[in-house]
Write a protein that binds this ligand. Sequence first.
Ligand code: MG
Length: 388
Amino acid sequence: MRIADIRETSVALKSSLRNAVFDFSEMTTSVVAVITDVMREGKPVAGYAFNSTGRYACGAQMRARFIPRILAAKSETLLDEDGGNLDPEKILACMMQREKPGGHTERSVAIGTIEVAVWDAVAKIAGKPLHRVLAERYNGGKAIDKVPCYVGGGWYEPGKGLKELQDEIRARLDKGYVTMKIKVGGAPIPEDVARVEAALKVVSSSANLAVDANAGFDRARALAYAKALAPYKLRWFEEPTNPLDYALLAEVASIYDAPIGTGENLFSTQDVVNLVRFGGLRADRDIIQTDVPQSYGIVQFSRTLEMLKREGWGRASVFPHGGNQMTLAIVGGFGLGGCEAYPGVFGVFAGFADDARVEDGHLKLSDRPGIGFEAQNALYAVMQELAR
Ligand code: MG
């Protein structure tokens, strides 16, 4: 068997949302199709992925280096031991040929997106849902059929006040979600504190409310927010600092007892090592939020988890960034803390199977082979167009 072709395209998100740092008006994402010569039901098996949410499309790197490297490799060098399926670890190594150490973001999103599409193909060829393939390889075969799922929302939008924020949260709770995350840092502190208090009235417990500052604070503002928010003992305080400012993060952690979340803007295993060694984080409460398709993909993520284990961190501390079907399969497959959801935002790229139901804050995993994009009609139409 072999990879017959790899195609990519850039699709606009068309979103009017804003967080504390930037708006999404120009946001795009790369959609990838890895097309094999394996036939299922009369059609070649294709694996799909997209580069999650918040990093622009990166087709130039894919076209210039990563796709040609894979297509130029002898097909048998990319297969597993018995030659019956693709080997994502070998395909990752193939893409990393002649790549200089460091400088991760220039390539980690492009490589990770292709790698996750390879996994979709691997699971389809195996005839299993991706979460089960991952559980067999990376979690002792432990089958998990539902995962905790929280809502990432509470964005700043024109004309959106406290009442509209509360309405948004109520609508999510009505859908079966329990935990809500809202943005902070895009307004003056007293206004954000009023938003937190308004949100708390709806979610009923501080354990069900997290806030996200999107790494936009300087030192004075990070410490001021930490002081202002600490008494609320929220579920977590996300990205209070620049992702690489470990010293400031440690300073925030020293005055903020409740959990801190960070990591969605780190792209390598080494960055996460540095985070837990030097960021003052606490393995008993804080959470790590790696975005897997943006950080070299699933094989590299398994190495990050091994490293975290050596540093004393368990899988329950990992809540990957990205409310989508890829992250859902990864959370279930590795047995992680939970998954994010963005209902109703980011167009076709947000959300899960069209018939997915949230119950008591949990989402059931798909039984369909692969990642399960086939059950997301609008998104799958974009993907199929690419493979045609
Ligand atoms: Mg975030």
